[in-house]
Design a binder for this molecule. Structure first.
Ligand code: ADP
Ligand code: MG
Length: 577
């Protein structure tokens, strides 16, 4: 293994702890280093400054053969990610159970971030070059500010080995559950991989449980009340999996899909499940085989956001005061302009599917009906509603749309298929919708001043990114799941509904800074994002940090662009050919 030169022993660790016992907290700095604890190494990377500061960063490094896991459990990307996710859950659970408060502040606590319903690539566990590495934090014990050497001894040389023993050795794990964890993740990836050849953008397995326990609890709704998903026969598709045989479910084809139905019949629930289908889910979640194209993005109205030189002229032109919408800038977008910008920015960086819910859309962006067309002539209406562009988005850009729309029948004319939710179950209403659309044809006029043929790409300018704050050259952190502190700015990503974990937000924050190295005044946003994502693909999330960091979780290129687009200092140049 690495560190061959200055590895200390467990006795060395004990000796240091005895020496600094009772001293001021700063003396803990002497612990920094590598210790051989027999089967594995303990690495203490960064020692906290006081018992209330963020805890000390540590790692366990173990030869994968010592851990005793059969290779087929972690062979290949899907399985490796799933196995590391499983270990993360075990380690965080056992750390919570076994470690305990041993003094002031966070003294004695051993902590690893606990994942939610999704199986994400994370930096808590890394398997590389035959070594398995766990990254976690521990609060070095003190009474007030004086070191409790004996408590530290118990924490590091008794609690910690017990946690490792129960979480990292294959013999201690529930084999059946480990296997199911990796098998589910592998099959979800397998289905996602097959979507394009099946002509699908999403697949929802029969029997899936889509509703969640509550608006703030992402676990499945109680089985006794949840209605399991069942595809209408006409949309049913069989997919072969590697571990779960043939699975039947509803296939949503490319193109324009409308989800209609009465209020409270499960439309938004279906759309949200589709949105979360860009991730894999743990066994028992209910959405294990709800699988969506990786580049599907939920877009919504987001008034108040800043917009930087986005060409939204396809949707909005001729604003009052002759404001230019082909390089639209605003510090405070309206509902409709924000939704237009969100869509254009998503397509700019390669979104393949737009997921839109009427609940979170600007009405005037979505529709303009016959009577309103009569009342307000087109030359006084800057907006070309989404209904008149949605087909072009598919035909000219290959971007599909899945749209929840219970409030306007005008969309029946532009949809390729119509799913009606009745009592939480989907029905294929495509034929019925076609007949109705044909019967009432001609009332509403399409409003397309000019065809929409291209998205103007933008080149982000590096000097508009300044991560410094006060005396700190780099100050970047996730304030919470939805807010990134970037230097003197705070980036609000609340509208990025597909973020499920604060560690994704942390990774996004650092990725913005990382991306600056590729901004050479020539690369477009899409190209910059591509460079960053291929570095992460090659080197893992570790690419984002110069020191080992256990606080990252995966994100997508479109998420990174989303965050960059909301940095209020961002400046770009449009690429006009
Ligand atoms: P809509 O968008 O059609 O108005 P929602 O999707 O918001 O409806 O769902 C309304 C309520 O029904 C929510 O509380 C949701 O959790 C619940 N619900 C949705 N789908 C199911 C289901 N399959 N089984 C049981 N309850 C469901
Ligand atoms: Mg709804």
């Amino acid at each position: 293994m690495r560190f061959a030169n200055d590895i200390r022993s467990a006795e060395d660790l004990q000796r240091v702890l005895r020496r600094i016992d009772g001293k001021g907290y700063k003396a803990y700095k002497a612990l920094k280093g590598v210790y051989d604890l027999g089967d594995y190494l303990l690495v203490i990377d960064h020692v906290q400054g006081d018992p209330f500061a963020s805890p000390t960063k540590m790692r366990i490094l173990m030869d994968i053969r010592t851990c005793g896991v059969p290779e087929d459990i972690y062979r290949g990307r899907s399985r490796r990610i799933a196995f590391c996710d499983y270990l993360t859950r075990e380690f965080s659970k056992n750390a919570l159970k076994i470690s305990r408060r041993r003094g002031t502040g966070n003294s004695g606590l051993i902590i690893m971030d606990r994942p939610g319903q999704e199986i994400l690539e994370r930096s808590t566990f890394v398997i590389k070059d035959g070594t398995i590495e766990a990254r976690f934090e521990a609060g070095l014990p003190a009474h007030g500010r004086s070191i409790l050497g004996n408590e530290a001894y118990n924490m590091l040389l008794k609690d910690l080995p017990k946690i490792v023993e129960r979480s990292m050795y294959f013999r201690a794990l529930d084999k059946q559950r480990v296997y199911e964890h990796v098998a589910v993740c592998e099959d979800a990836d397998h289905i996602r991989h097959k979507l394009p050849e099946l002509g699908l953008v999403s697949f929802i397995a029969n029997g899936s449980i889509l509703p969640r326990a509550s608006g703030i609890d992402p676990r499945p709704l109680d089985k006794r009340v949840a209605v399991p998903f069942k595809s209408p026969k006409s949309m049913e598709i069989a997919v072969e999996t590697l571990n779960h045989g043939t699975i039947l479910g509803m296939g949503i084809k490319k193109g324009i899909t409308l989800i209609v139905g009465g209020g409270y019949h499960g439309k938004s629930t279906l759309l949200n499940a589709i949105a979360m289908g860009v991730y894999n889910h743990i066994p028992g979640d209910g959405r294990e085989f709800v699988v969506t194209d990786r580049n599907a993005i939920k877009v919504r109205a987001e008034d108040g956001r800043r917009v930087e030189k986005v060409d939204i002229s396809g949707f909005i032109a001729n604003l009052p005061m002759r404001k230019d919408t082909s390089a639209f800038c605003t510090e405070n977008a309206s509902g409709s302009t924000s939704q237009a910008a969100n869509i254009v920015e998503a397509i700019e960086v390669g979104a393949t599917v737009l997921l839109i819910d009427e609940d979170t859309s600007a009405t005037n962006f979505m529709i303009r009906d016959h009577k309103m067309q009569e009342l307000v002539p087109k030359d006084h209406e800057p907006i070309t509603p989404f209904i008149d562009r949605v087909r072009e988005l598919y035909e000219n850009f290959g971007v599909s749309t899945i749209l929840v729309m219970g409030g306007s029948g005008d969309y029946l004319e532009v949809a390729d298929r119509v799913i009606c939710m009745i009592n939480y179950l989907p029905h294929d209403f495509t034929e019925k919708a076609k007949r109705i659309a044909e019967h009432y044809v001609g009332e509403r006029k399409r409003e397309i001043p000019t065809p929409m043929e291209k998205i103007v790409e933008r080149i982000p300018l590096s000097d508009s990114f300044d991560p410094s704050r006060g005396r700190k050259a780099v100050k970047i952190k996730a304030r919470d799941e939805h807010h990134i502190v970037f230097g003197n700015y705070e980036i609000d990503i609340t509208a990025l509904e597909q973020i499920v974990d604060i560690n994704q937000t942390r990774a996004l924050g650092d990725a913005i800074y990382y991306a600056v190295r590729y901004m050479d005044g020539r690369r477009t946003m899409r190209e910059v994002i591509h460079e960053v994502m291929s570095d992460i693909e090659n080197r893992g999330l570790d690419a984002l940090s110069s020191t080992p960091n256990g606080h990252y979780a995966e994100f997508r290129g479109i998420d990174l662009a989303f965050a960059i687009n909301r940095l209020r200092s961002l400046r770009v140049r449009q690429k006009r050919s």
